[in-house]
Design a protein around this ligand. Structure first.
Ligand code: SF4
Ligand code: SF4
Length: 385
């Protein structure tokens, strides 16, 4: 059976924004050349035979400019045609021009962007003027028929305004996908904006309740994924599967990393496309071995956890980079994952086994017979999309 294969191309780590909690941008970063894109396509061609999703990420990938995408997209889509590539882009949209939007539309590229809630909350943590610049890009994207979804980063400060933020997404008709702010490895005070795992767990349970109150009016991607994980007993996003091997990232100079989060950290380079490494060469790198050592560690450490099948210890980046590559624990968000997985499991069990006189239609319907919607209702709404 073919497995999903996700490739991330980081044309640059540079970014025009200065979000206070950012852990990944680098002003001195070079921009990827088209020659490097050619090398990536050439190298990927024989690396795997699975269908590939290619995401342009950063830094800010639009800094590479329209000409980069005009050339890169045909090189990748034609050179990798046998892998049926689909594309995606993660951008703050500040630099989006109608010309670029037209190129992305040709390849039907969905865009993930970032807004942390209403303008004042967003600009407090992402910098003054951010909101307006992103919204300008959003309008250009929409005018060109592009689909845009926003990721909302919750920090220890913005979480105080969780209701306002939820209502912002609800009232604007935006689906909500959230990220907890991570401790910044480049800051002198890494936890200044970070969302503590306990608070993140509370937030997820709060959003589950808000979702159920407003079912059919908003989509909360994380809650969908978490419910799907528990119901199918299988991870459905990279955080909750063994991501090692199913994801690769390319830095601006052609360096190969396990995932975009490691790009720019020399100790996580597994090879470089210009050297045409074989799969065995990558597997021999320290970074690859470390990722696999994390998997073995999770098998041991999480063996007694009832959620291990669909949690898999969380994100290895979160677990191993704060300790300089030493595996001393699983993803610190374990507390949050356990909290929300327990909550969903308990509610699902109560719905399925706790009310013997309730029929299946009632379990599943978000609105039937005055029954309060529950986890099955979320799953049903997802299934009908
Ligand atoms: S390292 Fe973390 S963010 Fe990267 S693919 Fe793995 S789980 Fe996802
Ligand atoms: S919830 Fe925590 S203990 Fe359970 S599998 Fe996930 S990381 Fe491991």
């Amino acid at each position: 059976m073919k497995s999903p294969f996700h490739v991330m191309i980081i044309p640059t780590l540079g970014c025009p924004s200065k979000c206070h909690y950012c852990w990944s941008s680098d002003e001195r970063s070079p921009v990827m050349s088209i020659e490097t894109v050619r090398e990536i396509a050439e190298w990927l061609k024989d690396y795997r035979s699975d269908q590939v999703t290619i995401t342009f990420h950063g830094g800010e990938p639009l800094l590479a400019g329209a000409e980069f995408y005009r050339q890169a997209l045909p090189i990748l889509s034609e050179g990798l045609a046998h892998l049926e590539p689909t594309f995606a882009l993660q951008s703050n949209l500040w630099k989006l021009t109608p010309e670029m939007a037209g190129i992305f539309a040709e390849y039907n590229i969905p865009i993930g962007s970032s807004i942390d809630g209403p303008e004042d909350i967003n600009d407090t943590q992402r910098g003054k003027g951010y909101y307006q610049k992103t919204m300008r890009g959003y309008e250009i994207a929409r005018a060109n028929g592009l689909e845009v979804r926003f990721i909302c980063t919750f920090t220890c400060r913005s979480v105080e305004h969780r209701e306002e933020i939820f209502n912002f997404f609800l009232n604007n008709g935006f689906p909500l996908k959230l990220h907890p702010a991570l401790p910044s490895l480049r800051s002198e005070n890494p936890k200044e904006w970070a969302l503590e795992p306990e608070v993140y767990g509370d937030l997820l349970v709060y959003l589950l309740d808000k979702y159920l109150e407003n079912l059919g009016k908003i989509e909360i991607m994380n809650i969908n994924d978490l419910c799907k994980c528990v119901f199918t007993r299988h991870g459905t996003v990279c955080t909750f599967v063994d991501c090692m091997g199913s994801t690769l990232a390319f830095g601006p100079d052609g360096s190969i990393y396990p995932c975009y989060r490691f790009v720019g950290m020399p100790e996580y380079v597994m090879g470089n496309v210009y050297d045409h490494p074989t799969a065995e060469d990558l597997a021999g790198s320290d970074a690859w071995k470390l990722m696999h050592a994390f998997k073995d560690y999770v098998d041991r450490e999480c063996a007694g956890c009832s959620h291990i099948r669909y949690c898999r210890g969380g994100c290895p980046y979160n677990a191993i980079t704060p300790t300089d590559g030493e595996i001393r624990g699983v993803d610190p968000h374990c507390i949050a994952y356990k909290r929300i997985f327990d909550e969903i499991t308990d509610r699902l069990n109560e719905e399925l086994y706790g009310s013997a006189d309730m029929d299946m239609e009632e379990f599943c319907s978000p609105f039937a017979g005055g029954t309060k919607p529950g986890i099955m209702a979320i799953l049903r709404v997802m299934a009908t999309k």
